[in-house]
Design a binder for this molecule. Structure first.
Ligand code: ZN
Length: 515
C-alpha cells in the first residue's frame, strides 16, 4: 500500500469533480434559457416579450461569465495531464479536451460583444417578424447591414483565418472551412443540377390528395403515432404547436419538439414532426452521464441535421414507411384519402418542382436553395455584395439555379430567420452536410443490417434506431464530426451515398439523365 499515489489521484478526482460541477452549472444556465425560449415560442402571451428578452440575455451573460472564469481554465490545466494518460475516446479525456476548446473559444469573445449582439439579435428578429409579412426589405436593410458588421467583428476575434467566414462555419460545423464547404457544395451541385433539371422538365406530380382539408386533431394524432413508432420517448419529451418547428433540450429527461399544422397540407405537421423527432432521437440517445457537460448534445449542426433528415426523408418519405402506415392514415381521413392509391400518395409526398421557399423544397432541389444562401452570405461578408443589392442578387441566383424567381422579397431574401436573428454566415451549410451525412449513415446501417428497409415496411424501427443510438447518439459531442463520420462509416464525408440514394429513389419516379 502506498500513501502518495492514492492522495495524488484523490486530488485529481477532486479537481475533476469540481470541473464537472462548474460545467453542470454552465449547462443548467443554458437549459434554463432553453425553457424560457420554448415557452416564448409556444404559450407565452405577446406581452411577455420584453421581459423575456431581458431574462434570456441575463442567463446567456451568466453562462458566458462562468465559461470564461479563469478558475475554470486553471481546473482544466490541472486535470489535463491526467486526461492525456487516458484513451482518446474515454469520457474523461473527451470532457477535458472539449471543455478546453469551449473555454478557449469563449475567452476570445468579449462579454460586451455577447451582450451587444444578444440585444441586437432580439431587435432584428422582432423587426423581421413584422417586415417579412409586410414584404418590407427597406426596414430590414439597416439591420442586415449591422448583422454583417457583427459577423465580421465576431470573426476577427478568431484571427488569423484564411477566410472571414471560417470562424462562423467552425462554430457550428467544427473542422469545416469556407474552402471545404465550397468544394463539397460544388461537387454536389455538378450532380444535382442535371437531375433537378431533368425532373423539372417532366410533368409535375399531382399532389391534390394532400390538400384536404384535413382537421387538426387527427393530423396531430397521426403525427404522435408516427413519432412514437420511430422511437421518440414521450416519457422524456412532448409535442406542442408553434410557428417555426424546433427541438429543444432541458435535461436528459426532457427533450421537446414542436410542429405546425396546415389544414390544406397534410405533409406539413407530419414531416415537420418527424424531422424534429429525428433531432430529438439524437438528443434522447446521448448517454445520460454526458448530459450536463459540454459533451451532452449532438456533435455538430450538420451531424444533427443528418438525423432529422434521415428520419424525415430517408425513412419517412420511403415507400416502405407508407406500405406500413398508409392504411392508418387512410382510416384517419377516409373521406379525403379513402379512394387515393398508395402509389398516388407516395408520388405526392415526393413531388419535385421548382419552388421559392427553402423549407417547402423537395429532396432534389433543397440543396440548391442552401447553395444560393451560402454563396450570397459569403459574398456579403467579403464585401463583394452590398446589402442594398441583395434582393436583386437573390432573384438572379434563383433564376439561374432554380429556374424560378420570386416577385417579392417576402418569398425571396426575407424568407429565412437566420440572417435576421443577427448572424450572417455559418448557418446554412449544415443543412446540406446533413443531407449528405443522412445518406452516408443510413447506407452504413444497411450494410451492417441489410434487413432494415424490410423492417421499416413492417413498422419495425428499433433495429435502425438501435444502430444509430449505438454508433452515433450515445457518444454526444465526444468526437469531432469528421472523426465520428470516419469511425461510423469507414470513410470521410462523401457525396456518393447521397447521390446514389437520390438516383435510386427518383429514378423510379422520373426519367433521369444517365450517369
Ligand atoms: Zn433540422
Amino acid at each position: 500500500m502506498t500513501i502518495t499515489a492514492p492522495s495524488k489521484s484523490r486530488t485529481t478526482e477532486d479537481k475533476l469533480g469540481e470541473l464537472r460541477e462548474r460545467l453542470l452549472e454552465i449547462s443548467d444556465l443554458g437549459f434554463a434559457g432553453a425553457v424560457l425560449g420554448w415557452d416564448q415560442a409556444t404559450y407565452m402571451p405577446s406581452g411577455g416579450a420584453p421581459a423575456r428578452g431581458r431574462q434570456k440575455a441575463m442567463l446567456s451573460r451568466l453562462g458566458h461569465e462562468r465559461l470564461t472564469d479563469p478558475a475554470l481554465g486553471r481546473l482544466i490545466d490541472a486535470v489535463q495531464p491526467f486526461a492525456e494518460t487516458l484513451p482518446y475516446d474515454s469520457d474523461t479525456a473527451c470532457l477535458v479536451r472539449v471543455a478546453r476548446r469551449k473555454f478557449e473559444r469563449a475567452l476570445k469573445v468579449p462579454a460586451d460583444f455577447v451582450a451587444r449582439r444578444s440585444t441586437f439579435s432580439s431587435v432584428s428578429y422582432n423587426a423581421w417578424t413584422k417586415a417579412r409579412p409586410a414584404n418590407d426589405f427597406a426596414t430590414m436593410r439597416p439591420h442586415l447591414e449591422r448583422a454583417v458588421e457583427f459577423s465580421r467583428e465576431y470573426a476577427q476575434f478568431f484571427a488569423p483565418f484564411d477566410h472571414i467566414t471560417d470562424p462562423l462555419i467552425d462554430g457550428s460545423d467544427e473542422g469545416m472551412t469556407t474552402v471545404s464547404v465550397r468544394a463539397l457544395l460544388d461537387e454536389l451541385r455538378r450532380e444535382l443540377v442535371p437531375i433537378a433539371k431533368a425532373i423539372c422538365d417532366q410533368p409535375v406530380a399531382d399532389d391534390t390528395c394532400l390538400r384536404g382539408p384535413f382537421p387538426e386533431a387527427p393530423q396531430l394524432a397521426f403525427s404522435m403515432l408516427a413519432i412514437k413508432s420511430v422511437g421518440y420517448d414521450l416519457e422524456r419529451g412532448r409535442l406542442d404547436k408553434t410557428h417555426h418547428p424546433f427541438c429543444t433540450k432541458f435535461s436528459d429527461g426532457d427533450v421537446r419538439i414542436t410542429t405546425r399544422v396546415r389544414e390544406n397540407d397534410l405533409s406539413e405537421a407530419l414531416f415537420s414532426s418527424l424531422h424534429e423527432a429525428g433531432h430529438a432521437l439524437y438528443e434522447q440517445g446521448v448517454a445520460a452521464e454526458l448530459v450536463g457537460t459540454p459533451l451532452g448534445h449532438g456533435a455538430s449542426a450538420g451531424v444533427h441535421e443528418s438525423q432529422s433528415r434521415l428520419w424525415e426523408n430517408i425513412v419517412g418519405r420511403s415507400r416502405g414507411f407508407w406500405e406500413h402506415f398508409y392504411p392508418a392514415v387512410q382510416s384517419a381521413f377516409p373521406d379525403q384519402l379513402g379512394a387515393v392509391s398508395l402509389d398516388t400518395f407516395y408520388r405526392a409526398i415526393n413531388k419535385v418542382q421548382r419552388s421559392l421557399i427553402r423549407t417547402d423544397a423537395d429532396e432534389v432541389t433543397y440543396n440548391l436553395h442552401v447553395m444560393l444562401r451560402f454563396g450570397l452570405e459569403t459574398e456579403l461578408l467579403e464585401s463583394r455584395l452590398a446589402v442594398k443589392d441583395l434582393p436583386d442578387a437573390w432573384r438572379a441566383r434563383m433564376s439561374s439555379d432554380l429556374g424560378v424567381a420570386p416577385t417579392d422579397d417576402k418569398d425571396g431574401c426575407l424568407q429565412d430567420v437566420h440572417w435576421y436573428g443577427g448572424w450572417i454566415g455559418g448557418g446554412f451549410q449544415g443543412y446540406t452536410i446533413g443531407n449528405i451525412l443522412a445518406a452516408q449513415f443510413h447506407a452504413a446501417a444497411v450494410v451492417a443490417y441489410p434487413g432494415i428497409p424490410k423492417q421499416i415496411a413492417q413498422g419495425e424501427f428499433a433495429p435502425l434506431h438501435d444502430w444509430l443510438r449505438t454508433n452515433i447518439y450515445q457518444h454526444g459531442a465526444k468526437l469531432k464530426p469528421a472523426e465520428l463520420v470516419e469511425r461510423v462509416t469507414g470513410t470521410p464525408m462523401r457525396i456518393g451515398p447521397y447521390v446514389a440514394y437520390l438516383r435510386a429513389k427518383y429514378g423510379e419516379l422520373y426519367t433521369l439523365p444517365a450517369v
